[in-house]
Design a protein around this ligand. Sequence first.
Ligand code: GRF
Length: 227
Amino acid sequence: MSDAPAIPAKRRVGVLISGGGSNMAALIAAARDPAYPAEIVCVVSNVASAGGLAKAAAAGVPTAIVDHKAFPDRESFERAVVATLEGHDVEIVALAGFMRLLTPWFIERWHDRLINIHPALLPSYKGLHTHARALADGVKIGGCTVHFVRPEMDVGPIIVQAAVPVADGDTPETLAARVLVQEHRIYPLALARVASGAARVVADVEGRERVVTDHPASRDGCLVAPA
Ligand code: GRF
């Protein structure tokens, strides 16, 4: 018998994408670290031409296409996605630019094991075109959020957020590019905390949920914009 400390098993993660997959690539890169508590065991796209599929394949991660257009309804599409994920013994599902609304059936199937990244500081700016709407409102701080998924769109207990100052002259594209850099930073962080059990959902007496972690935020930091 070896005296070497046992390495805890990595949680098996499936990533759902519809597009370029830069967040997916960030998760795959982070999971290469032997100490990372999760491994990316499959990438599923509902879009056959999604650029992320080639990136995943190049990284040696199995890929699958489940084209929603090939199914008569949302439920049969989702059953096919679940079958693919189950075929890889997936325990946690990460949505990374996955552009289909999911039914409560799918979401509850992965309760507290389904996470999403959104390019805004939720609960502000749910939905699409977040950066254009934030700029139109003149906000000085934008950002991104990783959260557990609940049946309402872009709603669910927040795991990690990053704040990004808005610059004079920002366009939706320039702001999106700076926020994306932070997305690639917080998504691996959030997944690690979910996979390790450090991030847990708790509810107050009124049933309102939030996430507690074993990683308290620094208490003296703040972001002022413009500084
Ligand atoms: C990201 O901005 C993500 O927050 C949003 O869609 C974009 C996907 O980008 N949900 P990528 O496919 O991860 O590059």
